[in-house]
Design a binder for this molecule. Structure first.
Ligand code: 15L
Length: 270
């Protein structure tokens, strides 16, 4: 694996961006961070450049001179179409197009479990399944994966899409016992995407070593991924938290949980 010199992290003010800024510090010689808003904890030594992803000119400014990009930027939950369209469709297109024009070598795209959220919980899925988005947000993540494939296959960008479960210090409830990823494990996946010599276009699941997991992550393991986190360690706590949540008969059937039950047309979907 070879170390890239200049890395850009978009979405740097968000929860995952904030964790990654800390964890990637010192890993790469030069890290630029960007977001539409200034991170509240921005350090004096951090190279922050604000940008609206929906504006191609601004995106071209932040990607200039970069070797690799970790693209976390965008809207990170379900939202109105106008918001998803601007932040995650136009914004994601601008990111890949600007990266290509600037000669950036690699992009790691933060996709989401919600690109495949309508798979049932009794199904084990790998990375080659048809996408089954559970929301407009999930559709935007499937779109980002498709864009990544296009820029890899047509233009030679090396692209890794991470279908991230839930990044947190510990799994928050029963569903998260299946999809939790420890932040350090996410760093491992990002580093594979930025450094592994054989990346062309890959999809990995962003999950730790979860016994209750729904995803076959052998593709990530093929590239050396060796997760350290084990959600079972936190089972009792997570199940105790679960009892505080309202019943969700639709969400509980599907991997995407509440994203699946939101706006669900039960009368048209017997
Ligand atoms: C996501 O994709 C979201 O960005 C995050 O906020 C969580 O909702 C996560 O999925 C999840 O499914 O728990």
């Amino acid at each position: 694996m070879s170390i890239m010199q200049k890395i850009l992290i978009t979405g740097a003010a968000g929860d995952v961006g904030t964790r990654l800024r800390r964890l990637l510090k010192g890993v790469y010689p030069s890290i630029r961070v960007s977001d539409i808003r200034t991170p509240s904890d921005l350090g004096k030594d951090e190279d922050f450049v604000a940008a609206d992803l929906a504006d191609l000119t601004q995106v071209e400014t932040i990607v200039a001179g970069m070797d690799g990009i970790v693209h976390l930027g965008g809207f990170s939950v379900e939202g109105p179409w106008e918001t998803i369209h601007k932040s995650n469709i136009v914004g994601c297109y601008n990111l890949f197009e600007a990266a290509y024009r600037a000669g950036v070598k690699r992009v790691v795209f933060a996709s989401s479990n919600h690109a495949v959220g309508y798979y049932r919980r009794d199904q084990k899925i790998g990375v080659n399944v048809t996408v089954r988005p559970d929301s407009r947000y999930g559709v935007s993540k499937a779109f980002g994966e498709a864009l990544g494939a296009l820029y890899a296959d047509k233009h030679g960008l090396r692209v890794t899409c991470l279908r991230i479960g839930n990044v947190n210090d510990k799994p928050l409830d029963k569903r998260r016992l299946s999809i939790w990823i420890m932040p350090e494990d996410l760093v491992q996946l990002i580093r594979i995407g930025l450094e592994h010599p054989n990346i062309h276009f890959e999809i990995f699941y962003g999950a730790s070593d979860n016994t209750a997991g729904w995803w076959d992550n052998s593709n990530a393991r093929r590239f050396g991924y060796s997760p350290r986190g084990r959600s079972e360690t936190f089972r009792d706590e997570a199940m105790a938290e679960q009892t505080k949540l309202p019943p969700d008969p639709v969400g509980d059937r599907f991997q995407g949980g509440p994203f699946c039950s939101e706006e669900y047309d039960a009368d048209r979907n017997p």
